[in-house]
Design a protein around this ligand. Structure first.
Ligand SMILES: NC(=O)c1ccc[n+]([C@@H]2O[C@H](COP(=O)([O-])OP(=O)(O)OC[C@H]3O[C@@H](n4cnc5c(N)ncnc54)[C@H](OP(=O)(O)O)[C@@H]3O)[C@@H](O)[C@H]2O)c1
Length: 296
């Protein structure tokens, strides 16, 4: 019988996928990643494009798949009909196919399905999506759940929703660091709230969920809802940058339209912590990970 202990990361080139591959490999797991970049294929990088007609077979050794890839650009989700097809039809179809092939599947979703008006929504809370991206991810969750129910495979499926993922390369960190290096001030927004988590945190947490094979809805979140000013202050303090180089403003003052502006961004993690032991990531630990990224 084939050993099924390997993991498959669908969306190996994504921000989150890169973190999951790194965490799984660091824990000694055999790991495959999917890509649609043909020039990077090798025995561990397998080809998968949701838009292709070719049916996808998971590597025979894979017993668990993380479905991480998605059409993630907010503007594209508003304007390009193909984004909806990818998020609501093609990706859920890939999840159903992986379940049919006998794998345990994690479908990665987003805090935006809750709309941002309720503080700390529970894993099983009602959705209230606002923007097109959130609507598509919410609809995608429903299609995935229906398919798993039809296949009698709900015990081999979890949906893991994430808050904003950061590393040192994610905006606005590179621009802030560049400004501070030139002794120039930055202008973080007071009216933009998030509950960020690091790529390293999300990679390790998803690897733990994959090892424990917990089914149902799960959340990975920062421990606090913070404004971009509080985030800038935490980062500046750790880098020894003066508070004088932080000039608070608002997106409204700057005339910048922000598509998703939640009042509350953090996700409740009661069920997740109970079943997996994973706790929300405190802002200090996120900053630790960003500082480590910057050193690398
Ligand atoms: N980043 C966040 O802050 C955040 C927050 C909450 C939830 N999430 C969720 O986490 C997941 C990953 O997000 P991310 O920001 O890491 O994504 P990302 O960096 O934007 O990457 C998206 C990935 O999906 C792949 N993809 C898109 N269309 C495809 C298609 N038709 N066929 C095959 N692959 C396709 C892309 O391939 P190419 O590289 O070839 O373009 C890319 O690797 C998503 O499900 C997202 O909804 C992310």
């Amino acid at each position: 019988m084939t050993d099924k202990s390997a993991y498959l990361v669908v969306g190996g080139d994504s921000l989150v996928g890169g973190g999951v591959v790194a965490a799984l490999e660091q824990r000694g797991h055999r790991t495959f990643a999917s890509t649609r970049r043909r020039d990077t294929l090798d025995p561990k990088r397998v080809y998968l494009d949701f838009e292709s007609e070719q049916p996808f077979r998971a590597p025979a050794e894979a017993g668990y798949a993380f479905l991480i890839a998605a059409a993630t650009n907010y503007d594209r989700c508003e304007t390009d009909p193909l984004a909806k097809v990818i998020n609501v039809e093609l990706i859920p179809r890939a999840v159903a196919s992986l379940l049919e092939q006998g794998l345990f599947v994690t479908f990665v979703s987003t805090n935006s399905v809750f709309g941002g008006e309720q503080p700390w929504p529970h894993e099983d809370g009602a959705h209230a999506p606002g923007i097109a991206y959130a609507q598509q991810k919410s609809d995608g969750e429903k299609v995935v759940l229906d398919a798993a129910a039809k296949l009698g495979a709900l015990d081999r499926l979890n949906i893991v929703r994430l808050t904003k993922i950061m590393n040192a390369g994610v905006s606005p960190v590179p621009a802030w660091i560049a400004a501070w290096k030139k002794n120039q001030p930055i202008q973080p927004f007071a009216d933009l709230i998030f509950a960020p988590i690091s790529v390293k945190f999300v990679g390790n947490a998803l690897a733990t969920i994959g090892e424990k094979r917990v089914s149902g809805n799960l959340h990975l979140s920062g421990a606090a809802n913070v404004s971009y000013i509080e985030f800038a202050q935490a980062l500046a303090a750790r880098l020894g940058v003066s508070n004088d180089l932080i000039h608070p403003t608002t997106s409204v003052e700057k005339g910048i339209h922000i598509a998703f502006k939640p009042r509350f961004s953090g996700l409740g993690m009661t069920r997740t912590t109970e079943l997996t032991g994973i706790e929300p990531q405190p802002l200090d630990r996120l900053v630790d990970d960003l500082i480590a990224d910057l050193r690398d």
